[in-house]
Write a protein that binds this ligand. Structure first.
Ligand code: MN
Length: 232
């Protein structure tokens, strides 16, 4: 291999439930506005448009039960519990059948959002990068491998803060199903093995404080636990 001028960073990997092997992450794509009740709580009405697509860097992931430092540059960081799809095959202009066979596994994740910066960005028509793609913005639980192809998903998706339920929905409420979302994403990007897809959040998003213990769980996956600690 050619010498590099700096040591390359370590590959980002996350645990696989029931295995010593880890999942090597390539990129993180995210869908916003994929549950009608969340669109309404954010002041929107139009549920007919395709979900908003944005991305986070792979090294925004926080796994293995690590704490999440409260993000700097924000005073209003919100939780958004989401089903995460982990791709085991590439997809380009894929059919739903091809997409169903490309999902290696699923996980519980939280799309942490600097809501104050997102509100400013929306006002000025600017990008969501600083609101969404910051360091430690993507806590994730272990990936549960699927037995076979991904079928239509339903089941509870919920988030607790210090034991109190804040978000409680069902995967069947997604406006765009996981397979429709993958099909759409595969028309925009050459999806690759190792890519993760956060699929949107149900209603109940709200602020987190330093010291909060967060539990996020999507049916069929291992729960995700993390604590918000002081800003570093
Ligand atoms: Mn989200």
């Amino acid at each position: 291999m050619r010498k590099t001028v700096f040591s390359p960073p370590a590959m980002v990997t996350i645990p696989v439930a029931g295995s010593d092997e880890r999942f090597a992450v390539r990129r993180i794509f995210c869908a916003g506005k994929n549950y009608a009740d969340h669109i309404r709580e954010m002041g929107g009405e139009d549920t007919s448009r395709p979900p908003v697509i944005f991305a986070k860097p792979a090294d925004a992931l926080v796994s293995d039960g690590r704490d999440v430092p409260y993000p700097r540059a924000s005073k209003d960081v919100h939780h958004e519990v989401e089903l995460v799809l982990a791709l085991g095959k590439p997809l380009r202009d894929a059919s739903e059948e091809e997409a169903s066979k490309a999902v290696y596994g699923i996980a519980s994740g939280v799309d942490l959002t600097r809501r104050d910066l997102q509100t400013q960005a929306k006002k000025h028509g600017g990008p969501w990068t600083s609101a969404k793609a910051f360091d430690h913005s993507a806590p994730i639980g272990p990936i549960t491998p699927l037995d076979g192809a991904l079928e239509g998903l339903h089941g509870r998706i919920c988030l607790r803060v210090n034991g109190d339920i804040r978000q409680d929905g069902d995967l069947a409420q997604m406006l765009w199903s996981p397979l429709r979302l993958l099909t759409y994403l595969s028309t925009l990007f050459d999806l690759k093995t190792g890519d993760l897809v956060f699929t949107g959040t149900p209603a109940g998003v709200g602020p987190l404080q330093i010291g909060d213990a967060v539990q996020a769980q999507v049916d069929g996956t291992e729960p995700l636990h993390f604590t918000m600690t002081a800003t570093v």
